[in-house]
Design a binder for this molecule. Structure first.
Ligand code: GLC
Length: 584
């Protein structure tokens, strides 16, 4: 009896002590440990991933046929761009039925098989919820526009003709950039921040909100693991419709983002939906300031899990290039601000921006592979949850179409019409699209060197990048030094070293325009990352406070390296290195 009391005492004491140890390691940067902080998310663009039926459009069965590929990458979660019924004015971001699968993509049965197949391989699934707007072909909108007294009328924003012209609002995709479209049937204008076929939902209406929450539960009850909420920072509108100053559209997030009721809606959504499931939540955009971002994701706010901000993406937008110190400052500013509270998504590419290697690296034949591996290194060694865009693991680059007829994206197609109407220089417009258009990143995934890169037996909905003959999965799988093999290696490295997830980040030599050097430290665990962002071979002297004696190389995007000599290392063009080092 006495023995068992002693044993119980011992067990309870050790639980308390272990708890304290856990707490202590968390006190350092106050970060509690959760699966979605440790996960590597792979963003999969279904339209361009793999076509199973030869119609030229990727589909769910296609993804199912590549589940083992996903497993081989070592990633933990897949974020699927929208797969719901849609007339595809904006590639699925215009949903006509939130509870069904887009015909071109397959059926609900396919979805269930895909989810089960992912779960079987221990990969989680994040779905893209488009909640700021629906399609104009959604039943709600069809009802709403049929009469001013229809019960669905208030699911959208209307401006009756008798009030005169609506206060101007900017539309991202409209040819005239006018966010109000006139509807003769009810003599009113409706609001569409995106295309005319994407009317904005009226979140002020509680009935609409409850329908949306029910729909979210429908998918969460199927067992999905996370939600990416598209354009969510725009849902709460200032319904007094005040006039904005001239040129406001250049600072659009300040005017459209973080509306008056956004936090109320998120708290309500959290309480009635999210808090009931163990899921990760990320909204696209995070307001205009660090404070905005914190207000969305700090744990005590009970809103979302992680901030997906645009400051880094905006740095590479100039085709003439960017300053490395600006990139470092942006990463550093955000990391330092989120060191103790809140959590960030880390990414350099997605379906809305060009290929990361063409934007931040060097997509010339000579340096494409090296610079793409270097960028992968940056993403995988930074604090935050990596969101890695499909195809980047192969080093896929911008397609750079010469002809407007090759483009499919509404942003480029309508942007061209706008430029034409304004008699702007169309050649200059097309030159810019080669760098900036979203279609650069949406070309089919390159599986092998066969016709259409093995993506489809039919005519792909968008042209395949001609470099598929060499840049493709089959070729790269065979090469231990390929971008793909490097990706798998660094994913495994990140998974094996928690310091890459939770370790504190510290930047060195921030004004240096050639090399990005930083450490990550978690207790006694310390790593050093050195990235040569130039096409020159150079010699770099590491800060003297970093002890590189006995530094152990963890990963290198070249086959060899020169030893660190007296804290100086010789770097090849676009070379990236990570070391385990000792505390000073
Ligand atoms: C988001 C999506 C983008 C889409 C837009 C409208 O920004 O990422 O692809 O066009 O919202 O839904």
């Amino acid at each position: 009896m006495r023995k068992s009391i002693v044993l119980i005492f011992f067990i309870v004491a050790s639980i308390i002590l272990c708890g304290n140890a856990q707490e202590q390691s968390n006190i350092k940067n106050n970060q509690t440990k959760t699966w979605w902080k440790e996960a590597i998310v792979y963003q999969l663009y279904p339209r361009s991933f793999k076509d199973s039926d030869g119609d030229g459009v990727g589909d769910l069965k296609g993804i199912i046929s590549k589940l083992d590929y996903l497993k081989s990458l070592g990633i933990d979660a897949v974020w699927l761009n929208p797969i719901f019924s849609s007339p595809n004015d904006d590639n699925g971001y215009d949903i006509s039925d939130y509870r069904n699968i887009m015909k071109e993509f397959g059926s609900m049965k396919d979805f269930e098989e895909l989810l089960a197949g992912l779960h079987k391989r221990k990969i989680k699934l994040v779905l893209d919820m488009v909640l700021n707007h629906s399609s104009d072909e959604h039943e709600w909108f069809k009802q709403a526009k049929s009469s001013r007294t229809n019960p669905y009328r208030n699911y959208y924003h209307w401006w009756p003709e008798e009030k005169g012209k609506p206060t101007p609002r900017y539309s991202f995709f409209d040819v005239n950039n006018d966010a109000w479209k006139y509807e003769a049937e009810t003599k009113s204008y409706y609001l569409h921040y995106f295309s005319q076929k994407q009317p904005d939902l009226n979140w002020e209406n509680e009935k609409l909100r409850n329908e949306v929450y029910d729909m979210m539960k429908f998918w969460l009850d199927k067992g999905i693991d996370g939600l990416r909420m598209d354009a969510f920072q725009y849902v709460s509108k200032d319904t007094t419709w005040k006039k904005y100053p001239d040129g406001y559209e250049k600072d659009i997030i300040k005017y459209y983002g973080m509306g008056p009721n956004l936090h109320n809606y998120l708290k309500e959504m959290n309480k009635s939906v999210i808090s009931k499931y163990n899921v990760m939540t990320v909204a696209e955009g995070a307001g205009s300031t660090l404070e905005d971002a914190h207000s969305l994701v700090d744990e005590d706010r009970h809103e979302l899990n992680m901030a997906y901000h645009f400051e880094i993406m905006d740095i590479g937008n100039d085709p003439k290039g960017y300053k490395l110190s600006d990139l470092k400052k942006a990463f550093t500013k955000w990391d330092y601000s989120f060191a103790n509270k809140g959590w960030l998504a880390i990414f350099l590419g997605n379906h809305d921006v060009p290929r990361m290697v063409s934007k931040y690296g060097d997509d010339s034949q000579q340096f494409r592979a090296y610079s793409s591996k270097l960028l992968t290194t940056l993403i995988m060694t930074m604090r935050g949850t990596p969101f890695y865009f499909n195809g980047d693991e192969l080093g896929m680059s911008n397609i750079k179409f010469n002809n407007i007829d090759d483009y499919r994206d509404i942003a480029t197609v309508n942007g061209y019409k706008t430029a034409k109407a304004k008699r702007e220089d169309l050649k200059a417009f097309l030159d810019k699209q080669k760098f900036i258009s979203r279609d650069n990143t949406r070309t089919p995934l390159q599986w092998d060197a066969s016709a259409n890169a093995g993506f489809s037996t039919g005519k792909p909905w968008i042209k395949v990048n001609p470099n598929y003959k060499t840049v493709n999965v089959a070729t790269e799988e065979k090469n231990p030094f390929s971008e793909l093999s490097y990706f798998k290696k660094i994913v495994a490295l990140r998974k094996s070293q928690p310091v890459f997830v939770y370790g504190d980040y510290k930047v060195y030599d921030i004004e240096n325009q050639d090399v990005y050097c930083f450490t990550r430290v978690d207790g006694n665990d310390k790593v050093l990352v050195i990235l040569n962002f130039t096409k020159k071979d150079l010699s770099y002297t590491i800060d003297k406070n970093i002890n590189t004696v006995n530094a152990k190389l963890l990963i290198n995007n070249y086959e060899g390296m020169n030893a660190i000599d007296n804290n100086t290392v010789k770097l090849k063009a676009w070379q990236s290195l990570a070391f385990k080092i000792h505390q000073p």
